[in-house]
Design a protein. Structure first.
Lengths: 420, 561, 234
């Protein structure tokens, strides 16, 4: 039997895909999604120091670790549902710890730019319907968001865009990516010069191109003028940016500068800018703490109220400064992705892992709690990269507890310990 | 069970004006004395007892509220409560969801409705509403730029429009028909706007006049609990009071014996005379005159409060204009084929001539419009914090307080508005109308806003003796008393006492089901086609199911409430 | 004068908003001064050896204070000498007095400072003299001197005062600067983005963002904001 499911892999959150329950495999998924919606190795049972225990025992031990720590770090969150994230924020507040989520290593610069300038954005449907110019800046959707071009941004047709020819696709990147091959215009830039190039574009569009040198970041002034022209003459343009911009020299200032460019363009025509978010619910991992605690990441609750400081309370900072004495890692694999110095500290402190699948972080975890796969075995709310909410589905029964159930029990245990 | 003893009750719906009365509560409702055995007794001697406040237009939940928080960490650095028995509560004017619930509770407000819900984002709005403790709530989905609406109005398919409204309110689990800058936000997708009622909406050939009229017509045909709720075209522009009156005139041919047929919101922002920011003046007198002359329109004030604020509305083109005017940060969210939103941080300074004028206009409306037609609001957070409603209440009742304030504001107000000349002082009875009985009637919720038998036991007790207080002169006491209730009771439970939280409870989310009044089959093919062609998500994954909400309360339009 | 020495090696960071005026308080008040050790509220004397010598408004911190944050925040007079490294937010919101750090500092040195003086003998990190997230103005008075190197975000949204860096710095010097003076003796990266006013003087190599026009003594810009900021080589 084939049922409609909502993919819980990347930020595209494709909701037109099918899952064959008997065969346990997906249909219409891209490579990334189908790897998740298939038979995979799972964590078999809750464990404490390698010994199998019950869920209740593992959760109780976790509660103990968090309550007794002076500064516990609760990190991950981007690959689980809002209902679990909400409990996670409340739990972090209860144990006076630090809440951080995956954005701190990928798209946090966008949040910082939002603080500095606001973000002139739009939903994916607007791009599909109206965008006659789409610029992928430091983003390679063909590899990171495989169905995004066909569903939303390149081949997608809608209200005003009836044909691929009605749209110009520009790729700006430091090397010729797979996405560059599908573009109408590819601009190769010197690594680390996004900021300068955007300043130059702004000056050109403002009519101050005499202040712009003949070459900026490896791009000639003529080429920049060509791009500026294309942008000004668009009817509805979209800049979609990725880690090429947020994780290279300039970071949040790169995004901030691009936003200023889009503000300027909106005085002449219509443009939006939006990040190509990676995990399927990394948006939720930021939105939920924002309404519960005022901020989207790097939140410290040690004083009994939330404080935001990205350079201080993001997971890598806290780990590298050896400023935490316990960690709960959920729906994430920091041991695989974080710098050596962060991982070194993770090895020294008690670590609790909540995840459906074993990964590198499992190897350093003292308590391991296996969870149900959201979107397959557990339902809940997730926000697509443009913020549109979806209720991901439960289509398969499972013995595993959901993240929501695990955290609910953990909060209950923490409350008991704090009251007693 | 509760017995509120010896309180002095003001209950405008039931005609009670400062009478000593006992109130009895059982199972969350106000009941006859005979139904109550061994109740807990609250001694309300010499205290004012009223229904809990009803904030019928506030931006408290959903994606644009959250973007506001995310954009403004400087707003989130004010600490109101350290975590302990209750959640940590932070925020200056913008607040976290727990803080919103706690602050309403401490002030004696027990219901608050989200003023503008982007339909495709409804689930997010409901998640945030369900993160707000204490209050009962609902959300108004926005219709005025939704392509289905524009299409059906253009094709004059009014029955299909009716079906669509019912379908949309059920899918969004919404409460009624909100209209924001009709046509203008669609025009913004092309970089323009609809500033007059006869500007054509690009791509559809309809006008705001046609959109508003059709939506009123079909909302009345459905007889929804709440009328069309309109944020007028041309908001924030000098001279716009004429657009506002013209918009109001569209309601002329409609009538409803339960309620208004059109509620026009935050009218202050739409009551400007003059032709530019240099000669801008108040058009409040003209607007008030018109509202008072008809019996089927209600408004709410949209009062600015001096200090910080955040402009957040579905009026995306206006928000861009505000960004250009002030140079402030600007967020925008064009949203599928449904509409848009914009957020810009702002502030109101007493010495700034334009801000002072806006402040004066809000008060003019509050004073000049009959109290059974004007609801007190700040259009939170656009005008300012809802925690300053007591300031507005005190000002409406005291000319002396207004004179004092007028001394510290820009002298521009003296020539550009009629506020200095208004002697009128509203009574306590009227101010309770404007904050309790009227909003409940406007929203069509008979169980709210009063203290009659059968009403929800949502009650506020204040340290104010209506038989002794001199509201003209004792405005400091009035202000202080309304800032912090002596008791706030929600569904029969004491949730706050003298500014301290007592118990955290979770309210209901009202939504309206009008499906049995229409044929959904009539629009089925259109829905399928539009979703396939123009939406970026599947029709089968669109909408909110009741079981995802914490405490949904379905209001069947067929029933009498 | 008050001398403080850490009693233990701190496992997690300590938030200690101590200012020189604490040296004038009684021994009991000093001992009971509340600090945060992670989420635990502790007394100053639990974490530090406290010795009072005389009645001057001066604090000497001896040892490694790199995990101690908010030292000198909001101070308005007196002197703090740190004989070692110091943690984040040193001298934030300061309006007067002097802070000398003999070792290295971390982030947010002199954030939103209005007056007084901070000298870091070693290196500092990011966000020097800057505005906290969402605030409109960074440093508006006083002087910050870094003898060693600094990293990113120097004097952003500066409204006045002076920052002098003897070593090198990285990117985003004087972004959105309104007034004041930044002097960098070494090399740095991106300079002057969205600069509205003020002066930046650089001795070493740097990368001026596009948007500056050549003048007699250097460059003026950023044209993107109609700015009249000056960037000068010396």
């Amino acid at each position: 039997m084939e049922v409609n499911v909502i993919c819980t892999f990347c930020g595209s959150v494709c909701d037109d895909v099918l899952f064959d329950i008997e065969k346990f495999k997906g249909k219409k998924f891209c490579k990334l999604g189908s790897s998740k919606f298939s038979k995979k190795e799972r964590l078999k049972s809750p464990m404490i120091d390698g010994k199998e225990v019950s869920y209740e025992t593992a959760i109780e031990k976790s509660a103990e670790i968090l309550v007794n720590a002076k500064r516990p770090l609760l990190y991950g969150w981007a690959s689980t549902v809002n209902e679990a994230i909400r409990l996670g924020v409340i739990l972090t507040e209860k144990v006076g710890g630090v809440y951080d989520q995956c954005a701190s290593v990928c798209h946090a610069p966008g949040t910082l730019a939002l603080i500095e300038e606001g973000v002139p954005g739009g939903s994916l449907g607007e791009i599909k319907n109206r965008a006659d110019v789409v610029v992928f800046w430091g983003s390679n959707p063909m590899e990171a968001h495989p169905r995004h071009p066909v569903r939303y941004s390149v081949r997608a047709k809608g209200l005003l865009i009836k044909d691929r020819k009605d749209r110009k696709v520009v790729v700006v990147d430091v090397r010729k990516t797979k996405s560059a091959n599908m573009a109408d215009m590819f601009i190769q830039i010197k690594p680390g010069y996004d900021y300068a190039i955007i300043s130059a574009l702004r000056a050109i569009i403002k009519g101050e191109d005499s202040a712009v040198p003949d070459e900026v970041g490896g791009v000639s002034k003529e080429k920049l003028k060509e791009l500026a022209d294309l942008m000004v003459n668009a009817k509805y343009g979209a800049i979609l940016y990725g880690l090429g911009v947020t994780q290279s020299r300039g970071r949040d200032r790169n995004v901030e500068n691009a936003i200023k460019l889009v503000q300027l363009l909106n005085r002449k025509t219509r443009w939006i800018i939006w990040p190509m978010r990676g995990h399927y619910n990394v948006v939720g991992a930021g939105e939920v703490p924002a309404w519960e605690a005022g901020f989207t990441y790097a939140i410290d609750f040690s004083r009994g109220y939330p404080r935001f400081s990205p350079g201080e309370f993001s997971a890598n900072e806290v780990l590298q400064r050896r400023d935490c004495d316990a960690a709960l890692i959920i729906a994430s694999d920091p041991v695989a992705h974080f710098p050596k110095a962060s991982v070194a500290h993770l090895k020294k402190i008690p670590v609790i892992q909540i995840d459906p699948f074993p990964n590198m972080t499992t190897l350093v975890s003292n308590v391991v709690i296996p969870s149900a796969i959201a979107g397959l075995e557990a339902e809940g709310t997730a926000y697509r990269m443009d913020g549109i909410p979806f209720r991901v589905k439960k289509v398969v029964e499972s013995e595993y507890w959901s993240d929501e159930q695990i955290l609910e029990k953990m909060l209950e245990k923490v409350n008991e310990m704090l009251e007693g | 069970m509760l017995h509120i003893k010896n309180g002095i009750v003001i209950d405008p719906k039931n005609g009670i004006n400062a009478e000593k009365m006992d109130i009895f509560i059982k199972d969350g409702k106000i009941v006859e004395e005979s139904e109550v055995k061994n109740p807990e007794v609250i001694d309300a001697s010499n205290k004012l007892v009223v229904a809990g406040g009803f904030d019928m237009h506030a931006h408290i939940a959903g994606s644009k509220i959250n973007v506001g928080r995310e954009m403004r960490p400087e707003e989130m650095r004010t600490v109101r409560l350290i975590a302990g028995k209750f959640r940590a509560s932070i925020g200056r004017v913008l607040l976290t969801s727990p803080a919103i619930g706690y602050e309403y509770a401490k002030m004696g407000y027990t219901s608050a409705f989200e003023a503008a819900q982007p339909p495709v984002g409804s689930l997010h709005t409901h998640e945030e509403l369900d993160a707000i403790p204490m209050i009962d709530k609902a959300a108004l989905p926005v219709f005025g730029n939704w392509h289905f609406v524009l299409k059906y109005v253009a094709e004059k398919e009014y029955e299909k429009l009716r079906s669509f409204i019912a379908w949309a309110i059920e899918r969004t689990k919404g409460y009624g028909v909100k209209v924001v800058n009709p046509g203008g936000v669609e025009a913004w997708m092309y970089g323009s706007n609809c500033k007059s009622l006869d500007d054509e909406v690009p791509g559809f050939g309809v006008t705001p006049r046609e959109i508003i009229t059709a939506l009123i017509q079909e909302t009345e045909n459905l007889n929804l609990p709440h009328s069309v709720h309109l944020h007028c075209n041309n908001l924030g522009t000098p001279g716009n009071y004429q657009t506002t009156i013209e918009s109001m005139k569209l309601a002329e041919k409609f009538s409803n014996d339960r309620r208004q047929v059109l509620h026009v919101t935050h009218v202050q922002f739409n009551s400007y005379a003059g032709s530019s920011w240099r000669d801008v003046a108040s058009g409040a007198e003209e607007v008030a005159k018109y509202v008072n002359s008809v019996d089927n329109i209600t408004i709410d004030m949209g009062q600015p409060i001096f200090g910080h604020a955040t402009a957040m509305t579905g009026d995306a083109p206006f928000q861009f204009t505000l960004h250009k005017l002030t140079g402030a940060r600007w967020s925008n969210k064009d949203s599928e084929i449904e509409g848009g939103a914009g957020i810009v941080p702002i502030g109101y300074l007493p010495k700034n001539p334009v801000h002072a004028l806006q402040w004066a206009i809000g008060l003019e409306l509050g004073l000049l419009v009959d109290s059974d037609k004007v609801v007190l609001s700040t259009d939170y957070p656009n005008g300012g914090p809802f925690t300053e409603y007591p300031y507005i209440m005190a000002m409406l009742m005291s000319r002396k307080m207004r004179e004092k304030e007028l001394e510290r504001v820009s002298p521009y107000v003296q020539k550009a508005s009629s506020l200095p000349a208004i002697d009128r002082e509203k009574t306590l009875y009227e101010v309770i109308q404007m904050t309790r009985s009227l909003p409940a009637r406007v929203m069509g919720l008979d169980v709210k806003g009063h203290l009659g038998i059968g009403a929800d036991a949502d009650i506020a007790i204040y340290n104010l003796n209506p038989l002794e207080i001199d509201t003209s002169n004792d405005f400091e006491t009035v202000y202080k008393s309304f800032k912090t209730s002596a008791y706030t009771i929600k569904s029969g439970e004491i949730i706050a006492k003298d500014g301290e939280l007592v118990k955290e409870v979770w309210g209901r989310t009202y939504w309206v089901d009008a499906r049995n009044k229409v044929s959904l089959d009539a629009i089925d093919a259109d829905l399928t086609e539009m979703f396939e062609k123009y939406y970026s998500l599947q029709r089968e994954n669109y909408g909110v199911e009741e079981r995802w909400l914490r405490k949904p309360e379905r209001l069947d339009v067929g029933e009498v409430r | 004068m008050l001398i403080l020495k850490p009693k233990i090696e701190f496992e997690v960071s300590v938030d200690a908003e101590i200012t020189p005026s604490i040296a004038l308080a009684s021994e009991e008040e000093i001992a009971n001064f509340e600090v945060f050790y992670g989420k635990e509220k502790r007394k100053l004397s639990e974490l530090f050896e406290v010795k009072k010598e005389g009645d001057s408004a001066k604090i000497v911190l001896e040892g490694d204070f790199s995990k101690v944050k908010w030292v000198g925040a909001r101070m308005d007079e007196g002197e703090i000498v740190i004989r070692g490294n110091i943690g984040d937010h040193c001298g934030a919101y300061m309006t007067g007095g002097k802070i000398i750090v003999e070792g290295d500092a971390l982030d947010w040195v002199g954030a939103e400072m209005k007056g007084g003086e901070i000298v870091i003998e070693g290196n500092a990190r990011n966000y020097i003299g800057c505005a906290y997230w969402g605030d409109a103005t960074g440093m508006s008075g006083g002087k910050i001197t870094i003898k060693g190197n600094a990293r990113n975000y120097i004097g952003e949204k500066m409204g006045g005062g002076e920052i002098e860096i003897h070593g090198d710095a990285e990117d985003f010097i004087g972004t959105e600067m309104k007034d004041g003076l930044i002097v960098i003796h070494g090399n740095c990266g991106f300079v002057g983005g969205d600069m509205k006013g003020g002066t930046i003087k650089i001795k070493g190599n740097f990368e001026l963002v596009p948007g500056f026009k050549k003048t007699d003594d250097g460059f003026e810009g950023d044209v993107n904001v109609g700015g009249k900021g000056k960037v000068i080589s010396f």
